[in-house]
Design a protein around this ligand. Structure first.
Ligand SMILES: Nc1ncnc2c1ncn2[C@@H]1O[C@H](COP(=O)(O)OP(=O)(O)OP(=O)(O)O)[C@@H](O)[C@H]1O
Ligand SMILES: [Mg+2]
Length: 115
């Protein structure tokens, strides 16, 4: 099993969530986060004074799926999140050791199947 962690723009969350749902991926965890990419601090001007934005508001999406769906989920997220501007985000793919569905005690892929 894989965990797909995507850091995206808050404004793309609805599109990403809709696209995941349309493709049958309903299990998702979403958090508000702050982050910084490869450009580092970005200097901006406001009313004549310069200031640095250390951290940008981003949304983190976590989806755990069986290995065979990993590539599909990555493509769905990247296609829906892309604006072609700096800061579109990143996707990390991690191996998942085990999953437990608390209600039934099912483990492994069975714990991810739709009920
Ligand atoms: N190496 C990293 N480790 C952890 N989080 C990261 C990393 N790179 C980016 N992020 C997260 O992703 C967010 C968006 O990053 P961003 O899209 O700016 O990446 P980038 O590599 O600078 O790409 P781009 O050149 O398109 O801006 C960051 O605000 C941060 O939360
Ligand atoms: Mg960047």
């Amino acid at each position: 099993m894989k965990m797909i962690i995507a850091i995206i723009r808050p404004g793309r969350l609805a599109a990403v969530k809709n696209s995941l749902n349309e493709n049958g991926f309903t299990g998702v965890t979403v958090s508000s986060v702050k982050g910084c990419g490869s450009q580092g601090d970005i200097v901006e001007r406001y009313r004549g004074s310069e200031y640095k934005i250390d951290l940008h508001d981003k949304v983190e999406i976590k989806v755990v799926v069986n290995d065979e769906y990993s590539e599909k989920v990555v493509n769905i997220i990247s296609d829906a999140a892309r604006t072609n501007e700096l800061g579109d985000g990143k996707i990390f793919i991690l191996n998942v050791e085990e999953v437990v569905r608390i209600r039934t005690n099912e483990v492994g892929p069975a714990a991810l199947e739709k009920k």
